[in-house]
Design a binder for this molecule. Structure first.
Ligand code: TZP
Ligand code: MG
Length: 216
């Protein structure tokens, strides 16, 4: 089986007025085709239970399912991949466990991080934060549009072509300027989950992304 392509909109779950499964249903009904299950502060058994249900729903609907942090759960349930931060298992170790077809994403805050992750064989990079967000604790310094532009320019100069996904406090109004920097896509959580109608916001985001991402 061919490795799945990296979507331009990555939906990341976060605590909200809906349950994790309700969020995923809403986003998929709104056209989302990439879900990262991110459940902080929950017991591993609870995370695994939700992951099994979410994986099965995503499989039935042709949606890429990425597990945040938990490589062992991803392996057990046959997730499409994992997203790993700096304090998680290293991407090369995760590759040994999950195999060549798995999608492995890594978090970067700087150009140096990007280069290290590329050397470890990740498939995409979540680069951020764009701006302050309460969704993540211990946030690194914000990059702003200029930060993305400078990192992407360095990548281009060095021939680094890995898909870069912008993350951190993103809203619909940020998309135009962010895609102008040359990013591949965006990862969005609270802007979607805090809305009364996550599916409707997802659809709006996808329409904007379709318009702005054509050159990337
Ligand atoms: N990593 C950097 S910022 C962030 C993560 C997981 C949170 C993204 O969520 P939001 O709500 O879109 O800012
Ligand atoms: Mg992590």
């Amino acid at each position: 089986m061919k490795k799945k392509t990296i979507s331009r909109l990555h939906f990341i779950t976060s605590p909200s007025h809906q349950s994790y499964m309700e969020q995923i249903h809403s986003v998929v009904l709104g056209g989302g085709n990439w879900v990262q299950l991110r459940m902080k502060d929950e017991a591993t058994e609870t995370i695994e239970k939700v992951a099994v249900e979410a994986m099965s729903y995503c499989l039935d609907n042709g949606v890429t399912f990425i597990m945040n942090d938990h490589v062992e759960i991803a392996a057990k349930i046959g997730a499409d991949g994992v997203h790993l931060g700096k304090n998680d298992m290293s991407p090369d170790k995760a590759r040994e466990i999950l195999g060549p077809q798995a999608i492995i994403g890594g978090t970067a805050n700087t150009y140096k991080d990007v280069k290290q992750l590329v050397a470890m064989g990740v498939d995409y990079i979540g680069l951020g934060p764009f701006r302050f967000t309460e969704t993540k604790k211990n946030l690194s310094p914000t990059l702003g549009t200029e930060g993305y532009q400078s990192i992407i320019d360095k990548c281009k100069a060095e021939g680094i072509t890995i898909p870069i996904i912008a993350i951190g406090g993103l809203k619909a109004d940020d998309l135009s300027e962010l895609f102008d920097t040359g990013i591949h896509g965006v990862a969005i959580s609270s802007y979607i989950t805090s809305n009364e109608q996550p599916g409707v916001v997802t659809l709006e985001l996808l329409q904007k992304i379709g318009k702005y991402s054509s050159a990337n």
